[in-house]
Design a protein around this ligand. Structure first.
Ligand code: SAH
Ligand code: SF4
Length: 344
């Protein structure tokens, strides 16, 4: 039987715990930093571990840097600029990440859970339900192994609800932003955590002081519609979610991104654009409109280009910065629309 708990990995531990784990294994404490450097700066290339005796390398790597992800399929599109990878975890669960090359940056979209328990009806991941949380190391490894040193930005917009996997999210964020050798040293402002709107999680994240960018998946400005698109709205209403977003904006000093998947004749009416504009006017907010990527079997489809332009025009008339997302990798396959969405 396959193990259901991922094996111990250095990236699940903070620097003190790493040292303690090495000492417990009968190694000098400084090996922790050597192994971290190998992992975060050399992406686990053992031949680069020149500061560790050759006879110890394989054993230490097997004990502290076991491979967590197996690349079972990588698909390219946009002439190789977009690469989606399907990873198999130790227990057989599958998750996806997407690497997107732009002229000025490389963005990696990662998964935080295998599946998702939030049940948003327009989302392919939501339809499948939650299999399990990823460990911090399984999240970080998508960037380490899938990105191999080229990643400038990381967005938590793959499978799963990151704030529903809070401790692993925080540990993973440290692995991404802590300076080498403790982590990958990616700029805090270059990390975006996207949430469906778990209010206590937003407040906890604000209190961490990590200053990563927060994206909130709003999709409707009124409770009547949002209750149906985002079932967790039955628990935390639009006003509560937006209040939490403004608290995050004021404590982090960062503009909050509001995600809005435009679904034809569902949430794309000018009245809703006006309501959204009036809720966001004067706030530290930015709207990202995403044309819906229809999931198989769903009656919903993407909005029209006219409605999209109208939405942008109305929101801007309220002084709300608004962009339309480039849906990279759309042709890779239907379920990847959310993964390939990029923060522009
Ligand atoms: N669970 C988090 C992060 C993962 S989903 C969240 O919901 O924010 C990342 C983004 O993709 C979210 O904004 C989500 O609403 C959006 N999304 C999901 N399914 C989509 C689809 N079929 N078309 C367009 N966007 C989608
Ligand atoms: Fe989960 Fe986000 Fe999909 Fe909703 S949109 S089901 S929260 S992954």
């Amino acid at each position: 039987m396959r193990p259901h708990k991922p094996p111990r990995h250095l990236a699940d531990l903070d620097p003190d715990e790493r040292r303690a784990a090495l000492v417990e294994a009968g190694e000098p404490a400084y090996r922790a930093e050597q192994l971290s450097r190998n992992y975060f700066a050399h992406y686990g290339d053992l031949s680069a571990m020149t500061d560790v005796p050759v006879r110890d390398r394989d054993r230490l790597a097997a004990d502290f840097l076991p491979p967590l992800l197996e690349d079972i399929r990588t698909i390219e599109c946009d002439g190789g600029k977009t690469r989606k990878t399907v990873w198999r975890l130790g227990d057989g669960s599958l998750v996806e990440s997407v690497l997107m090359h732009y002229p000025d940056r490389v963005t990696m979209c990662v998964s935080s859970q295998a599946g998702c328990g939030m049940g948003c009806p327009f989302c392919a991941t939501g339809q499948a339900g939650l299999t399990r949380n990823l460990s911090a190391a399984e999240i970080v490894e998508q960037v380490v192994v899938g990105g191999r040193g080229v990643v400038d930005n990381v967005v938590f917009m793959g499978m799963g609800e990151p704030l529903a996997n809070y401790p692993a999210l925080i540990r993973a964020l440290h692995g991404l932003v802590d300076p080498v050798p403790a982590g990958l040293g990616i700029g805090r402002r270059h990390i975006t955590v996207s949430t469906v709107g778990l209010v206590p999680g937003i407040d906890k994240l604000a209190a961490e002081g990590l200053q990563v960018t927060l994206a909130v998946s709003l999709h409707a400005p009124d409770d009547e519609l949002r209750d149906t698109l985002v079932p967790i709205n039955l628990r935390w209403k639009v006003a509560e979610v937006l209040d939490a977003a403004w608290r995050y904006a004021s404590s982090s000093g960062r503009r909050v991104s509001l995600e809005y998947a435009m679904i034809r004749d569902v949430n794309d009416q000018p009245e809703r654009a006006h309501l959204l504009g009036s809720l966001l006017a004067g706030r530290l907010a930015h709207v990202n409109l995403i044309p819906l990527n229809p999931t198989p079997g769903s009656a919903w489809t993407a909005t029209t280009p006219e409605r999209e332009r109208e939405m942008v025009r109305i929101l801007r008339s309220y002084g709300v910065p608004t962009t339309v997302r480039d849906t990279r990798g759309r042709e890779i396959d239907g379920a990847c629309g959310q993964l390939a969405a990029t923060v522009s």
